[in-house]
Design a protein around this ligand. Structure first.
Ligand SMILES: Cc1cc2nc3c(=O)[nH]c(=O)nc-3n(C[C@H](O)[C@H](O)[C@H](O)COP(=O)(O)OP(=O)(O)OC[C@H]3O[C@@H](n4cnc5c(N)ncnc54)[C@H](O)[C@@H]3O)c2cc1C
Length: 444
């Protein structure tokens, strides 16, 4: 077994893993980085369909310290996103440190508070800690209905381009961004395009008065004022969702990840995409909706989301409830040192600014851990830091909380002395963790 116990292992070289690597390098924290795929970029390399463009604008998505090229449009394509990430890696010299085709199969804490990592190729290494940036758009969630659909059923994750839609009666399930993009592709390429939604969503056009919608919403406004501003503007620009055959939203704006798509509404108004409520049951190729209507389909695409999961961690190490890791701040383990879960939240706008602002905190945590006897997560728990109550990240709130947590991190050695005075620290038992278990999950 190779011993890298002075280094951390960074798992994943997607958007978040790259931003984290840049911060580690800046702080001079030794690390190795691995990715399951044969190149960097994560989703923007292997996980999105051909026509996708971001819904968050380039300004709200780029790393704050590395702007996207001025030649980019407001909503770059997947290819432009990938080129940007490659450029970012080149600029900060990150690629040299990434091992590709290196899948982490199992990572277990050891009795001397290190991490034993087993790779899919059988290699084992010891690390001081693990930084988990494995993404949250890969563990497919499928819907379940009574009966058995015998047509083609695929998840949006496996959808690549419209060739698969051609000549088919297609139903897309879901009301999120992927569902709408794929329904729009179906409107152009399929024999019939239908969409089924369990409830109503807030659909927003990609831009309003010439400004990307995510920038139109002034982030410094309180959320209640953002909601009023948006509701008034949406009523003027779009009108009532019911006039498109859609259901009225059953939640307030921002309580779910917003759906930003200008073309769905366009095709609904042209009758090219047909809206449906939830599915009641399916049998053969027939789908019955809850309004009693029945339709036949050749292909159903379930754009029904993903589970947040960490299949290389032993069962019981981290519980995930409603897609939220049940650990302090969703990042730190209350019993084990050296494990950091990063980037599992769904940000309302783009991912870059939060990574740029949040990754220095992670580095500060790693450095402060050396000054602590106990895991930083144990101290965080003691001072009342809980798991977040939502998997959605409000960018402004997150940025403010980073400033607060920077102070808390600096104070951790003092807080440890204060709260654990005269208490002996016994490292946690690691007996319960199965070192043999290995998952056969496919990551992309
Ligand atoms: C259709 C679609 C549209 C999107 N639109 C936007 C948008 O408009 N704006 C936006 O900000 N975001 C958008 N996203 C979200 C997108 O996922 C993020 O922008 C970003 O890619 C997240 O980066 P990440 O590093 O967390 O995850 P990923 O990009 O998924 O990267 C994770 C990496 O970890 C690696 N990995 C996983 N497990 C292991 C393992 N066991 N061993 C080794 N390596 C492993 C994977 O190979 C992967 O390269 C979209 C996503 C999808 C699917």
């Amino acid at each position: 077994m190779k011993n890298f116990s002075e280094k951390h292992l960074l798992i994943g070289a997607g958007f978040v893993g790259l931003g984290t690597a840049r911060a580690l390098k800046q702080y001079g924290i030794p690390y190795d980085q691995v990715d399951a795929d044969d190149d960097l970029g994560g989703n923007w390399y292997h996980g999105v369909y051909r026509h996708v463009h971001i819904i968050s604008s380039k300004r709200t998505t780029e790393f704050t310290d590395y702007p996207m090229p001025p030649s980019y449009p407001d909503f770059p394509s997947a290819a432009q996103m990938l080129a940007y990430l490659r450029d970012y890696a080149r600029h900060f010299g990150l690629r040299e440190n990434i091992e590709f085709n290196k899948v982490v199969k199992l990572a277990v804490p050891t009795s001397d508070e290190k991490w034993e990592v087993t790779f899919a190729d059988g290699e084992k290494r010891i690390y001081k800690g693990i930084l988990i940036c494995n993404g949250h758009h890969w563990d497919k969630r499928f819907p379940e209905y009574p009966g058995k659909f015998t047509g083609e059923l695929m998840h949006s994750k496996d959808y690549r381009n419209e060739e698969v839609l051609e000549g088919k009666r297609v139903l897309v399930i879901g009301g999120g961004n992927s569902a709408c993009d794929i329904a729009v592709d179906a409107a152009r390429a399929a024999k019939e395009a239908h969409i089924s939604m369990r409830s109503g969503y807030w659909f927003m056009p990609k831009s309003m008065i010439g400004i990307p919608t995510v920038e139109f919403i002034r982030p410094w406004l309180p959320v209640w004022a953002q909601r009023i501003l948006l509701k008034i503007t949406l009523r003027i620009v779009i009108g009532k969702y019911e006039s498109y055959g859609l259901q009225k939203p059953d939640h307030n704006i921002f309580e779910k990840h917003p759906t930003i798509n200008s073309l769905l509404l366009y095709y609904l108004k042209h009758g090219v995409i047909k809206p449906h409520p939830d599915i009641k049951s399916w049998e053969g190729k027939t789908v019955e909706f809850v309004d009693g209507r029945k339709e036949e389909f050749d292909l159903i695409i379930a754009a029904t989301g993903f589970y947040v999961s960490f299949p290389f961690l032993p069962a019981g190490l981290i519980k995930v409830k409603n897609n939220i890791p049940q650990i302090p701040v969703g990042n730190l383990h209350p019993k084990h040192k050296g494990i950091y879960i990063i980037g599992w939240q769904q940000t309302r706008y783009g991912v870059g600014p939060l990574v740029t602002a949040g990754s220095p905190n992670l580095c500060e945590l790693i450095l402060v851990q050396d000054k602590l006897v106990r895991p930083a997560g144990m101290i965080a728990e003691k001072i009342g830091m809980k798991a977040p109550n939502t998997h959605l990240a409000d960018p402004m709130k997150a940025l403010k909380s980073y400033k607060r947590s920077r102070i808390q991190i600096k104070l951790m050695p003092f807080l440890e002395k204060l709260f654990f005075r005269n208490q002996e620290y016994v490292p946690p038992s690691t007996e319960e963790y199965n070192r043999e278990s290995a998952s056969s999950v496919q990551y992309f």
